[in-house]
Ligand binder design. Structure first.
Ligand code: BGC
Length: 915
């Protein structure tokens, strides 16, 4: 048995850590099977002085163990020792360390500095100071923040690798500061610079493109601590002695892009002036910083029919382009961004709406590598102006997002599903940029609560999202209204929006998902007031019947079952949705209250849940078990949130199946129904139907976008129409993660990886064989280590590989086997015979004519065998019919033609598979 890693507050050896009771986690691994921890001991020391010794604790807990020693000191390094004993008599030891930050904003000695910027000046100010470090330094730190977004340079080199620090919070209530090590860049004589861009603080932002959302002057704060070998210490801090200059960044806006004039000589901008910001609102960086996590060159150069010079990076992403160039002094180059080309192959930036996203550079005549500093773009293509010879290798896409560790892997025999998984992951990379955004490209990029809630479980499978969401949940709590309403976007720049179902329920659902995924109940403790406030807010809005039936709602946003022109909220009764979520949040709250020992609340919310449920049933479910609103989403919510009397479940499931059949087994759900639709089917004996819906390839389906070449998840099921034209409603992002929420079902049902106890201390592994996939291999790196579930069903054999991390146990249910296995940690392999054949043909009698005709080979065959048939105007009426429906209304000879075409198409598909 080994301790592979020790984490402090989910980080390895962090600096600038300000939690006063940090938590410790460790990952164990063991060659021996069935390994569990029986005891642990943690010691924490500062300069050989012990500050905490937990003593030997007889416990199997290895996740989220809270520090309980003497009060921690600011700017101090602590060494952590962890000893673990297991059930086989082994002992393992490991060490780690952490270093505190200032522990409180009030410990900043530095003063905030700003300067008087003229109204028409757009250049980013550079706050500058020279200082000496005359003696040998053992450690050097800078603690820094800004009102705006900042970058620090020491002696001309960038300090740290963060982007967009201090991050986005409601700056009037919370502001993060960051800590960086300076040792590697320090000389005896030094020059430190903080350049501050407008960022979210003062930049042009939001639907109305207004500047100055949080304030109209940027400001900087920095404090350098030099610890000398002789034990002395020196502090250099921002004050009125700092210079302010304008440099080469002539303007920078998140939506608009950045303008750099590299010929520009620094000019005096003013003297630094002290300004104030409440220090008690300052907190150390709470999530992983935004970093450049990948860099890759363009994959192709295209000259478009309109003559634009375009580079394709092959992947829709968030970040910017860095490029190498040697031009004439004064030459201007403009880089424009777009997610897609139009159907004629021209550059199409319209999905960006008012976010022009142009980076403009004036060259200095030398060999230069250029990139922006304070802007990011959502793009796959760039159009370059002002440069004659474009060498694609000189242009590199820099992918930027909150630097979360990847925790999930998912691969299977279906190339389209693998692309879907990749699109889901890229949707997360693109939209987890300091806060969870709806989309990264257009004049929006806001922390829409609904989108984040819907995607949160999938997000936690793919990337370690604990610190990211915890930070944002604190933002959410800080934005709750006096009545505890939860705004629709966090941080809330849209004004007083105080409560809409499924959106505001992020307040309860995300902390709960975090707790179940990561097993740390402190998130429930920290968010409890926010969760309870939100539920009490709803309760304060209910009518005499105890139900929430007034006010604005998003309903089942973007569902396909109502004319979009009316209001985009879908056909499901919007107050049905509101009360379903009210009950769901109540259900979460009563459980959370019990877990954190709020007994009286647990009882109160439990009885309120019973009362509201009875009212809900009398209002929305008839005595014979029909729903008032028989949409797919209504059935799904009623079944998934357990809102139906037991005796009516079967009927409502039937209603859902009939509804799906009427849509030829296609979904019609929007943001609210989509995450749970396949779960409900798989959990209620309809896994094969779930799979049919999941594997549909024509609109509306997940694979429709994949087949159209999507590399991220689209906002709409048909963001790009079958003929290659675009939805032109003005709301057409090609990188919107909400529908990527299917990822949760892929991990939980197809791979069968589920927590049975919070944090996966106990695991259920129940892979579900799925028609259309012949093998699947998925893993999830839990708080205890890696769980893997892999299956193959080919040539009459099922084979299964399972991995269970040390210090956990699992209940394993093998496909087609009746008994449950109770297993300890280790790797397991099973192989047994089956009669199941999971292969399916891509085209069948259940395919619609439209889907068949989407294959150019089918058109060729029809044109050859029945010339003129496809030109007949009547054929368009048959597009939405399945072949079974079509042949039922045509003479029998006609049927033969369809059988022949279907066979030919499937033969071609097989050939393609074996290529
Ligand atoms: C966003 C959505 C969001 C919605 C709410 C849109 O503009 O892009 O994803 O949830 O508004 O209505």
């Amino acid at each position: 048995m080994r301790i592979d890693k020790v984490y402090v507050e989910n980080q390895m050896n962090p600096i600038g850590m300000d939690t006063r009771r940090p938590t410790f986690d460790w990952r164990l691994s063991a060659d021996e099977k069935q390994t569990v921890q029986v005891a642990y001991q943690i010691t924490v020391e500062d300069n050989d002085q012990e500050v905490w010794d937990s003593g030997r604790v007889e416990s199997a807990d290895s996740v989220a163990i809270a520090y309980a020693g003497v009060a921690l000191e600011p700017s101090t390094r602590y060494r952590v020792g962890v000893t673990v004993w297991d059930n086989h008599g082994n002992q393992a030891v490991s060490n780690a360390w952490f270093e505190t930050g200032l522990l409180s904003g009030e410990n900043f000695q530095a003063r905030w500095i700003t300067f008087d910027q003229q109204d028409d000046e757009t250049a980013c100010p550079v706050f500058r100071k020279k200082f000496d470090a005359p003696k040998k330094v053992t450690s050097a730190r800078v603690y820094a923040s800004a009102l705006g977004v900042y970058e620090i340079k020491l002696n001309g080199q960038k300090v740290g690798d963060h982007y967009f620090a201090p991050g986005w919070t409601n700056y009037h209530k919370r502001l993060q500061y960051q800590t960086y090590g300076l040792e590697d860049l320090l000389y005896e004589e030094n020059s430190i610079e903080l350049t501050v861009g407008n960022g979210w603080y003062k930049g042009i932002f939001g639907f109305t493109m207004q500047p100055n959302i949080y304030g109209n002057q940027v400001a900087a704060l920095a404090e350098i601590h030099l610890n000398y070998e002789d034990g002395t210490k020196e502090i250099i801090e921002t004050d009125e002695t700092w210079q302010v200059e304008y440099g080469s960044i002539r303007s920078s806006e998140i939506y608009l892009g950045e303008v750099q004039d590299t010929t520009f000589q620094r000019t005096f901008a003013g003297t630094a002036r002290i300004t104030e910001y409440p220090r008690e609102n300052m907190v150390a960086q709470e999530s992983e910083p935004v970093r450049i996590t990948k860099r890759f060159p363009a994959v192709s150069y295209i000259e478009t029919p309109k003559g634009e010079k375009v580079l394709d990076f092959g992947q829709n992403l968030s970040g910017f382009v860095s490029f190498k160039v040697k031009g004439e002094k004064g030459q201007q180059i403009t880089i424009k961004h777009a997610e897609t080309l139009d159907k004629d192959g021209n550059f199409y930036p319209d999905t960006l709406r008012q976010a022009t996203s142009h980076d403009v550079y004036v060259l200095n005549g030398e060999l230069q590598t250029l990139c922006p500093h304070f802007t990011f773009h959502g793009f796959r293509y760039i159009a370059i102006e002002g440069l004659d010879n474009i060498v694609k290798e000189d242009f590199v896409a820099c992918v930027m997002h909150t630097d979360m560790q990847q925790t999930g892997t998912f691969a299977c025999s279906h190339a389209g599903i693998n692309q879907l998984q990749s699109n889901i992951e890229w949707g997360q990379r693109g939209n987890f940029l300091d806060i969870p955004t709806d989309c990264p490209q257009r004049d929006e990029r806001l922390g829409w609560t609904g989108d984040a809630q819907i995607f949160s479980n999938t997000a936690m499978f793919n990337f370690q999202s604990q610190r990211f969401f915890q930070k944002w949940l604190r933002d959410l709590a800080s934005e709750q209204t006096v009545e505890h309403g939860v705004p629709h976007v966090v941080p809330n720049i849209l004004g007083n929006q105080d409560g809409a179902a499924a959106w505001s329920d992020a307040a309860t659902i995300i902390p709960w998902n975090l707790y179940l995924n990561y097993g740390d109940k402190t998130v429930l403790e920290q968010q409890y007031a926010s969760m309870k406030g939100w539920v009490d807010y709803i309760t304060s809005k209910v009518s005499a019947n105890g139900l929430w039936q007034t006010g604005f709602q998003y309903g089942d946003w973007l569902a396909l079952d109502k004319e979009e022109s009316s209001d985009r909220t879908g056909a499901t009764d919007r107050y049905f949705v509101a009360n379903a979520y009210y009950l769901h949040s109540l259900d979460i709250l009563r459980q959370a209250a019990a877990i954190i020992g709020e007994e009286a609340d647990a009882e109160h919310y439990d009885s309120l849940h019973h009362e509201v449920l009875a009212q809900f049933q009398s209002e929305y479910i008839t005595g014979t078990g029909r729903l008032v609103s028989e949409t797919q989403t209504a059935c799904v919510l009623a079944l998934h949130f357990n809102l139906i009397q037991e005796e009516h479940r079967a009927r409502i499931l039937k209603t859902l199946i009939v509804n799906l059949a009427e849509h030829k087994n296609h979904l019609s759900t929007g943001f609210v129904g989509t995450p749970y639709l396949c779960h409900v089917l798989s959990e209620n004996g309809e896994h094969e139907l779930a799979t049919k819906v999941f594997l549909q390839e024509d609109y509306p389906s997940w694979l429709y976008a994949v087949n159209k070449g999507a590399t991220t998840i689209w906002e709409r099921w048909n963001s790009i129409l079958p003929d290659g034209s675009f939805d032109e409603s003005g709301m057409n992002s090609l990188n919107h993660y909400a529908y990527g929420s299917i990822g949760d079902w892929m991990y939980r049902k197809l791979a069968g990886i589920n927590p049975l106890a919070p944090g996966y201390k106990k695991i259920k592994i129940a892979p579900m064989l799925t028609k259309g996939l012949t093998w699947l291999d998925a893993s999830y790196n839990t708080a205890y280590g890696k769980v893997r579930s892999a299956w193959k069903c080919e040539s009459g054999m099922i084979s299964i590989d399972i991995e269970i991390p040390a210090n956990t146990t699992a209940v394993v249910i093998l496909p087609e086997k009746a008994d449950q296995l109770e297993l300890g940690s280790g790797k397991y392999h099973y192989e047994y015979a089956t009669e199941t054949d999971l292969r399916i043909a891509k085209y069948s009698l259940e395919s619609t004519l439209e889907f068949i005709l989407s294959d150019a080979y089918a058109v060729e065959l029809f044109d050859q065998l029945a010339p003129g048939m496809l030109e007949n105007p009547l054929i368009s009426f048959a597009h939405k019919m399945t072949i079974t429906e079509l042949i039922a209304v045509m003479p029998p000879e006609g049927a033969e033609l369809y059988y022949f075409v279907i066979n030919k198409l499937n033969e071609k598909e097989k050939l393609r598979e074996s290529d």
